[in-house]
Design a protein around this ligand. Structure first.
Ligand code: GAL
Length: 345
């Protein structure tokens, strides 16, 4: 008798659990707060657009309503902290943070933990020690050193194919300038280091003429390249840019100076944004590295839904080392450009 009553009680518990998990889901709304470091960043805009475009399909798959609130931190950690506070005060289910200042991650993690709300960082990677502060802190992004190696590989391949086309001075050394992203950003540090190292490790003699942090932006990169062209002129054989917007800034300066594309240095970037693919097609940009915005958006959304619905993301095979979703970079040249061009409507 006792056993039977116990079994009945257990069945009731399972029934309630099943109803909450399935039937109850139809009218459930998941609230996801997305805090961008700056909305006017070309790559971040494309990532945010991908996220928004994926919501209707994900709603179908999950059988829930997803309320995605995207806010712009305008490059200020103070503003972003306030936005995070608001998400938490309003009872959001998950917060996704493209953190302005990577060293401020501990503050955000502690706030999220106090509110019991999982936090998914993306694109701007907190140090592992910070991420390990709390079980429900995650990161979605790409490996910064990999982008650098691929970018260096684009130059190495061209050097191997026809050294004289790059080494215009004929001195056997590749003279280069480096346009860097924000100081302290993992992508700026590691892309800079590994792009050059890929060539030196392959035995190509390299000489740095100058470097400058143009903070991922086209305008400042253009101004700096104008100055370099005045000071260094033809001596610049390669321009490494940590991202495409800065590579496009360098191209703008070359065009301003009246250079034909054949006269420009060998310019490479990272991201494979739409305007960069156009420049590649036109022949002013020599190569870029695909930074998978849709893949990162998919990772952020899948992880957020799993967390909001109380699923263990480990069970869904989403994570590496319990914390990370990594997307891979791909080299883009004129040979495989077609694969990356947006589909015609
Ligand atoms: C990089 C990207 C840059 C910029 C930066 C912002 O991954 O290549 O273009 O968007 O992130 O954090």
């Amino acid at each position: 008798m006792l056993k039977r009553r116990y079994a009945a009680a257990l069945a009731a518990v399972f029934l309630i659990a099943a109803l909450t998990a399935c039937g109850g889901r139809e009218d459930r709304t998941i609230r996801v707060g997305v805090a961008l470091y700056r909305q006017d960043d070309t790559f971040i805009t494309s990532l945010a657009q991908s996220l928004q475009q994926m919501v209707p399909e994900e709603e179908q798959v999950q059988g829930v309503k997803i309320n995605l609130n995207v806010v712009d931190g305008r490059g200020s950690q103070t503003v972003q902290n306030e936005q995070v506070d608001q998400f938490l005060d309003r009872g959001y289910d998950v917060i996704c943070v493209n953190i302005v200042d990577r060293t401020a991650a501990a503050v955000i993690i502690d706030k999220a933990q106090a509110a019991g709300v999982p936090v998914v960082f993306f694109n701007r990677e907190p140090v592992e020690e910070d991420l390990n502060r709390w079980e429900y802190a995650y990161y979605v992004g790409t490996r910064a050193d990999e982008a650098g190696r691929i970018e260096g590989g684009l130059v190495l391949d061209a050097w191997r194919a026809e050294p004289s086309a790059l080494d215009r001075s004929g001195d056997g050394i590749l003279q280069y300038v480096m346009l860097e992203g924000e100081p302290g950003h993992q992508d700026a540090l590691l892309r800079t280091e590994h792009s050059v190292r890929t060539l030196t490790a392959a035995g190509v003699p390299m000489e740095k003429l100058s470097n400058h942090a143009a903070d991922w932006q086209r305008g400042p990169a253009r101004l700096r390249m104008q100055r370099w062209l005045e000071e260094l002129g033809d001596a610049i054989e390669v321009v490494f840019a940590n991202n495409d917007d800065m590579a496009l800034g360098a191209i703008d300066a070359c065009l301003d100076a009246g250079l034909e594309k054949e006269e420009m240095p060998f310019i490479v970037g990272v991201d494979a944004t739409a305007p960069a693919l156009k420049a590649l097609e036109e022949g002013t940009l020599q190569g870029t590295v695909f930074n998978d915005a849709p893949g990162q958006a998919r990772g952020i959304l899948n992880l957020s839904c799993a967390l909001a619905l109380g699923q263990d993301p480990e069970d869904t095979n989403l994570l590496e080392n319990g914390k990370y979703i990594w997307l891979e970079h791909i080299a883009v040249t004129r040979q495989n450009l077609e694969e990356f061009l947006p589909e015609e409507p």
